[in-house]
Design a protein around this ligand. Structure first.
Ligand SMILES: [Zn+2]
Length: 416
């Protein structure tokens, strides 16, 4: 009996010694690493330890790792960053995207498509931010950040979003400065009217807090000039979301002239100034008639984002990968698509610690395969492009932990 106990003890010691001897908790082996920040696009192994990227090298010995991911034939990229989602979900009736039923819980929509960071775009304002933080930010596995709405009540819909007296730059900036870890900028959205106050007050808040603003330009009849927005009201680094939309009824100007199919000259000037053009795909905010000529002319989006909510998730938008595959089908090369979904959004929201696979960086990593077949990519008008390739998420790693594994490519598989 005593002898048997000693053997068990001895075996346990060997096992724990072996565990301690391991250099990596996870080793991703044989995948093509596309990391635009570091200009990487080649087959490399990636070793992860204690939540960080420990080593990127041509050939890392699998015996040094506790868990090995076979990524042969797959792409390994930084975890995706979606800078325009709506995740301030709740049960309040008539609260739209602010603690209401139109926003969605992030974890159900992020990891399965490689997203590790999502920015809620204006669901909360300074009055509702603490509720958003307690309910969603603290209780989500996904890294959730916020563009704070310039409207104190946030995106409650209807008259709330039209109330210019509730657009206080000082209070918004104060809450943003106090919550720098969670708030990355300010949002203007859905304002209808011939008034620059919403934009100007958001920019004021942005200047006070040293943060960018994201503009959903709402509508006006006649439309407020886009050129004035870019050149007179916004600053370098401010974000124009829904860049490729064509709205009914001539309420908002477009970036591409629909008659000549050319990107308007002042839009090119705005890009030179440093205005960021974001997709913000949504339910009604993407038209091929804008995107195809823009992409053909090399006018790629700086950032690809979903505008995820119940009104877009099952429409032509679907998810990040669907939009990324669409831009790839339109002719944007894969590293550019990955850059617009990782490193550039990280810079735009001033989170340069994210969006890249560098040694010592946070280990947020996505593994994709490129499915081959016949795929249809349509927009809100029903216009459809055919494509032969489509990205599919195989694995998502967040902070050094596997949070999604579609086909069990990790060996051994731990389910905890
Ligand atoms: Zn939105």
């Amino acid at each position: 009996m005593k002898y048997r106990f000693l053997i068990v003890f001895y075996l346990l010691c060997i096992q724990s010694a072996a565990t301690f001897a391991q250099t990596y908790s996870i080793l991703i082996k044989g995948g093509t690493v596309i990391d635009p920040k570091n200009n990487l696009n080649q087959i490399m192994d990636v070793g992860i330890y204690e939540g960080k990227i420990k080593k990127i090298a041509k050939d890392i010995n699998p015996s040094e790792a506790r868990q090995v991911v076979d990524a042969k034939g797959m792409y390994v990229t930084p975890g995706l960053i979606d800078i325009h989602g709506h995740v301030f979900f709740g049960t309040e009736p008539n609260h739209y995207l602010s603690n209401g039923l139109v926003a969605v819980p992030p974890d159900g929509f992020t990891f399965r498509v490689g997203v590790t960071t999502i920015v809620d775009a204006g669901g909360a304002g300074w009055e509702s931010f603490s509720e958003f933080k307690n309910n969603v930010i603290f209780n989500s596995k996904t890294r959730v950040l916020s563009f704070l709405n310039i409207v104190g009540e946030g995106m409650r819909g209807g008259n709330y979003e039209q109330d210019t007296s509730d657009m206080d730059p000082n209070l918004a900036a104060a809450v943003a400065i106090k919550n720098r870890n969670d708030i990355v900028g300010f949002k203007v959205a859905h304002f209808i009217g011939n008034d620059w106050k919403p934009v100007d007050n958001a920019v004021k808040a942005g200047t006070l807090a040293n943060m960018p603003v994201m503009i959903d330009f709402g509508g006006s009849t006649p439309p407020l000039p886009l050129e004035d927005l870019f050149m007179k009201h916004l600053r370098k680094g401010d974000i124009f979301t829904h860049a490729y939309t064509l709205l009914e009824g001539n309420v908002r100007e477009t970036i591409v002239d629909e008659a000549t199919q050319k990107v308007k000259p002042f839009v090119l000037e705005a890009r030179k100034k440093g205005i960021v053009f974001d997709v913000g795909y949504g339910g009604a905010s993407f038209n091929y008639s804008q995107a195809i000529p823009a992409v053909k002319a090399g006018f790629y989006p700086e950032t690809i984002s979903t505008d995820l909510h119940t009104g877009s998730m099952n429409g032509s938008m679907k998810d990040m990968l669907s939009i990324m595959s669409k831009f790839y089908a339109m002719g944007m090369d894969l590293p550019a698509v990955i850059k617009a979904s990782t490193w550039t959004p990280a810079k735009v929201i001033k989170r340069e610690n994210l969006g890249h696979i560098s040694e010592n960086a946070i280990a947020d990593v996505a593994v994709f395969s490129m499915r081959k077949g016949n795929f249809g990519f349509y927009d809100k008008t029903g216009y459809k492009m055919e494509g032969k390739e489509k990205l599919e998420c195989e694995m998502t790693i967040m902070g050094g932990k596997i949070v999604y594994d579609l086909n069990g490519i990790a060996k051994p598989i731990y389910l905890k």
